[in-house]
Design a protein around this ligand. Structure first.
Ligand code: ATP
Length: 363
């Protein structure tokens, strides 16, 4: 059959390797030739050693590793038609016309555009004698299936993205670590977590770590938040609590849309209630380390489903993204989910928090 290639693009996340592994093995199981594309779209544009055939053994011993062993990158050339033409040529030369893309909404948008353009790219390659008539006929259509790898859980349509659960584990471990030292010294810890414009990581970790206060982008605090926050801390201390935890989402904003930073929150506390306060920015620690059992299983399930969806894809059918809906793997129209996700960003920019939360839905 026609070749399948799998690649990871955009920011890495834990569980991507499990997804790559499942794609490779399901493809082999179904009798397909399967390839890795290294370094995301950059490897597709550069070709050569970046597009290599995978076998059963080449994905052994990767399921427990964080990040993505086949590399990821951001690629400006792929945003230009000339880059995509080069990529199409490299794929056809290897006999590939099925792609599994693991990435964020940018990567999925790029894949969709590539698919839409594909027949005209093939036409151009043929007219320039880069490919022959046989190749033109055989590779006239590109199938794509997407999976979302992101710790932020900011994609509309899936309950969980690959990497979110591992990031939560890392956050919870880290907050627990600060809690013990905070207890010894009667300190306040402000922990900044990732998530971009999505407060999911902050919300869930705040619940899991018994935080006293939390800032998320979707619900800017009232203007008198400094007073409310200090009251809460004082109340907790009066009740005998020796430490306080505040979870701050990196995208947290006030009512006017201005960022709320760890140092701002610290200043409020130090000035008003004079508690010893420390700011800890967790940063890339959250994206590192071994994937959780949940992310390994999620990657396995989604990877296997992605290959099955590719095998069932018809030229006229819409491209899909593999999603998790109430613990079931389902296929949803890729571009509808991408547009909804972009709609959240737009609603947030317009300070329409309610619309943003509604668009995001259950997840
Ligand atoms: P993350 O959520 O981690 O940022 P992402 O997939 O959204 O992941 P981007 O940097 O937006 O990350 O996209 C990754 C790559 O996908 C880009 O470097 C580019 O090569 C390609 N890409 C993104 N958007 C487009 C587009 N509109 N057209 C063509 N290619 C695109």
């Amino acid at each position: 059959g026609r070749g399948i290639a799998v690649f990871t693009s955009g920011g890495d996340s834990q569980g991507m390797n499990a997804a790559v592994r499942a794609c490779v093995r399901m493809a082999i199981y179904l009798g397909c030739k399967v390839y890795f594309i290294r370094e995301g779209y950059q490897g597709m544009v550069d070709g050569g050693e970046n597009i290599v055939e995978a076998n059963w053994a080449s994905v052994s011993g990767i399921i427990h590793k964080g990040g993505t062993v086949i590399g990821s990158a951001r690629c400006m050339e792929f945003k230009e038609r000339s880059g995509r033409l080069q990529a199409a040529k490299n794929l056809i030369k290897k006999g590939i016309s099925n792609l599994v893309v693991i990435g964020g909404d940018g990567s999925l948008t790029g894949a969709n555009l590539f698919r839409q353009e594909w027949s005209s790219l093939v036409e151009e390659l043929h007219s320039k004698a880069e490919i022959n008539g046989d190749q033109k006929l055989k590779f006239g259509h590109l199938n794509i299936v997407g999976m979302v790898g992101s710790i932020d859980n900011d994609f509309c349509g899936t309950d969980m993205t690959i990497g979110t659960d591992s990031a939560l584990h890392r956050i919870v471990e880290s907050v627990d670590a600060t809690t013990s030292t905070a207890f010894s010294h009667q300190r306040v810890f402000i922990i900044e977590v990732m998530g971009r414009h999505c407060g999911y990581l902050a919300l869930v970790s705040a619940i899991c770590c018994e935080a006293d206060y939390m800032f998320v982008p979707e619900e800017p605090p009232p203007d008198n938040w400094p007073e409310l926050l200090c009251d809460k801390l004082t109340q907790a201390r009066n009740a005998g609590q020796r430490q306080n935890t505040i979870i701050l989402s990196e995208g947290a904003i006030d009512n006017k849309g201005n960022p709320i930073t760890g140092d701002m929150v610290k200043k409020v506390i130090v000035d008003a209630v004079e508690l010893d306060t420390r700011v800890t920015v967790l940063g890339h620690i959250q994206r590192g380390g071994n994937p959780s059992a949940f992310d390994r299983i999620l990657g396995c399930r989604m990877g296997a489903e992605a290959v099955i969806a590719l095998m069932e894809a018809k030229p006229e059918s819409e491209p899909v993204v593999v999603s998790l809906e109430g613990n079931q793997a389902v296929m949803l129209p890729l571009m509808k989910c991408v547009e909804k996700t972009k709609g959240v960003g737009k609603a947030m920019a317009e300070k329409n928090w309610e619309e943003a939360v509604n668009l995001r839905g259950k997840s």
